[in-house]
Design a protein around this ligand. Structure first.
Ligand SMILES: [Zn+2]
Length: 171
């Protein structure tokens, strides 16, 4: 596996709005429902989630996803973070797979850290996938002034729900 060479993911340059609505459509296409587990989605796409200890991560800090030549992929997650954080990370990595792998069309990796266009695109995908705009607006209206309740519905962190509400002009 480590002998394979992996091309670094490159941005697709679609707009934030395009990526978010694409992600929402993709979520419904794969039968994802708000707050549901993501493991089934990953498995359905041909992926595997590998939880790593801090020591493992310090040995291989370069990748949070590796897509192999046959389209199968592995997502690497720390085993010491909380479930809501992990869910956003998993959706982010699915974003790399869906948005960036078709462009690479060869074994691909995406770095764990960095605030580059390619990372922003994966974050937009994650937000649109986990908190589709229409569903988010509906839920926000149902829990006025209770962002924690909205976050629980989508099983994301309060920080992620707050960022989504601000991005949609609700806060
Ligand atoms: Zn990334």
């Amino acid at each position: 596996m480590s002998k394979q060479s992996f091309r670094e993911a490159k941005p697709c340059h679609a707009s934030k709005a395009t990526i978010e609505s694409f992600a929402a459509d993709f979520a419904s296409k794969v039968g994802y429902r708000s707050g549901a587990a993501l493991e089934a989605v990953v498995a359905q796409l041909g992926g595997k989630i590998i939880y790593q200890t801090l020591a493992d991560l310090s040995r291989s800090p370069e990748a949070s996803i590796r897509v192999f030549g046959n389209g199968k992929f592995e997502i690497y997650l720390p085993d010491y973070t909380n479930a809501e954080r992990d869910r956003f990370s998993i959706a982010h990595e699915i974003g790399h797979y869906i948005l960036h792998y078709p462009l690479a069309n060869q074994p691909m990796t995406a770095a764990r850290f960095g605030s580059t266009r390619v990372e922003w695109e994966a974050n937009w995908f994650a937000a649109g996938f986990l908190m589709p705009e229409a569903a988010f607006r509906k839920e926000f209206a149902r829990h006025p002034k209770n962002i924690a309740g909205v976050a629980r519905h989508f099983r994301v962190s309060t920080a992620a729900a707050t960022a989504r509400a601000k991005a949609l002009g609700l806060l």
